[in-house]
Design a protein around this ligand. Structure first.
Ligand code: ZN
Ligand code: ZN
Length: 257
């Protein structure tokens, strides 16, 4: 039971990659630029993709993935997402203008893509994982995910700003070993964080007071060039709260054992 960080940055440049996590061999959470580093054989093994929302940095690998793998796959790739996210992808990506509708390719009765709508309160079981959507607060409909296995639990916020319901859902889990939560901007960009509905350190510190668990916390979606400033502010503001807190690095592997 492992989760590989293929991408966790708030932008690109050098070794930065945008959001994509691989759960064991066959499941992805988001499909940002981190996906593009996988070899073709690994891409062909992806059966399920759970999307947090439709923003470009989280989905851009999906159209390219489908085009690269459909020839050697017997079954469609299932994309799990909110109904609103699915509607946006159908209207704005898989519309034959930006990219073909891969639910009809290679054949109308045998598409390479299958959408599976998610709803809050309903979990999806795959292998030994139970994957549940978590409420978050972003500028468009968005969710985070709790990934629970018999060996432990990890939660991913995706993109969000302050959201009491998110922490309430986490508190209902029987355990939480790891939390990946975003902090996109430094405190001097708090106005931008609020407008774009992301966390900055002061907003995240206030929300962390709502969390009853004491997981190892990994910070994601740091905007390029501001990584050190954001982490220094967070470490200072969260000192004494009892958390271990670090910037998530690409290729970090979470093992639940
Ligand atoms: Zn977003
Ligand atoms: Zn994002």
């Amino acid at each position: 039971m492992q989760i590989d960080t293929l991408g966790c940055d708030g932008g690109i440049g050098g070794t930065r990659r945008t959001t994509c996590y691989r759960v064991d061999q066959t499941i992805l959470i988001d499909a940002g630029t981190g996906l593009l580093d996988l070899p073709l054989e690994a891409l062909e093994k992806i059966d399920h993709i759970f999307l947090t929302h439709s923003h470009f940095d989280h989905i851009l690998g999906l159209p390219l993935l489908l085009d690269s793998v459909y020839k050697n796959r017997q079954t469609p790739v299932t994309v799990h997402a909110l109904p609103e996210t699915i509607a946006i992808l159908q209207s704005h990506i898989f519309n034959w203008k930006i990219w073909p509708d891969f639910s009809l390719i290679p054949r109308a009765d045998q598409g390479a893509l299958r959408f599976q709508p998610l709803r809050m309160g309903k979990s999806v079981s795959i292998d030994d994982w139970v994957i549940s959507p978590l409420p978050v607060n972003h500028v468009i409909p968005a969710i985070g995910y709790a990934l629970v296995s018999p060996q432990g639990a990890l939660a991913i916020s995706g993109d969000t700003t302050s959201c009491e319901a998110f922490w309430n859902h986490l508190n209902r889990l029987s355990r939480l070993d790891y939390l990946i939560v975003e902090a996109s901007f430094p405190n001097d960009a708090q106005d931008l964080a609020k407008i774009s509905k992301h966390f900055c350190p002061s907003l995240l510190q206030a929300d962390l007071k709502l969390l009853n668990h004491r997981p190892a916390i990994f910070i994601s979606h740091l905007k390029p060039g501001f990584e050190d400033a954001i982490m220094a502010e967070l470490q200072a503001q969260c000192a004494g709260m009892g958390f271990t807190l670090q910037a998530l690095q690409r290729q970090h592997r979470f093992k639940l054992a």
